[in-house]
Design a protein around this ligand. Structure first.
Ligand code: CMP
Length: 136
């Protein structure tokens, strides 16, 4: 069992054909996928998901990027899943991410940074409910 977190493989990573590589890294780190959907987000869906960032200067381009192609959305389960996933992803800016992390390996910019992961347990619960309403 363990904790659950939400991960999104972003449109830039799907276009780079690294879905399999990223999922393999989740599994190798002990994060077991327990739900998955491929979603090409509408503007309304992306805006609601990222509502906490609504007033940030990068909001418009963040939404445009997230709607630019299909994403893969997963619920990952394991011990300390939120923290383990954040370590596996690396810093938001791929240039600042630790070598070997998903964003360092596959991210191109702070926006095209390959993956999203919930930032804490409470956020994970809300984010999972948003894309997987049947799981709560
Ligand atoms: P993510 O973890 O999906 O959460 C919000 C996203 O906004 C973040 O990853 C980045 O891809 C994107 N973003 C774009 N510009 C910035 C910025 N200056 N600071 C933080 N996040 C940014």
């Amino acid at each position: 069992m363990g904790e659950r977190t939400l991960a999104i493989i972003k449109p830039d990573a799907v276009k780079k054909r690294v879905i399999g590589d990223i999922i393999q890294r989740y599994e190798a780190a002990g994060l077991n996928p327990v739900a998955a959907r491929m979603v090409h987000m509408s503007k309304a869906v992306a805006e609601e998901f990222y509502a906490v960032h609504r007033d940030r200067p990068f909001f418009g381009s963040l939404i445009a990027h997230m709607c630019s192609g299909p994403t893969v959305i997963l619920v990952l389960e394991g011990n300390d899943a939120v923290k383990v996933n954040r370590e596996l992803m690396g810093a938001t800016d791929p240039l600042k991410a630790e070598p070997g992390t998903i964003r360092a390996l596959h991210g191109a910019s702070i926006e095209a940074n390959a993956v999203h992961g919930s930032d804490c347990h409470e956020t994970a619960t809300v984010e999972i409910a948003y894309f997987f309403p049947d799981m709560v």
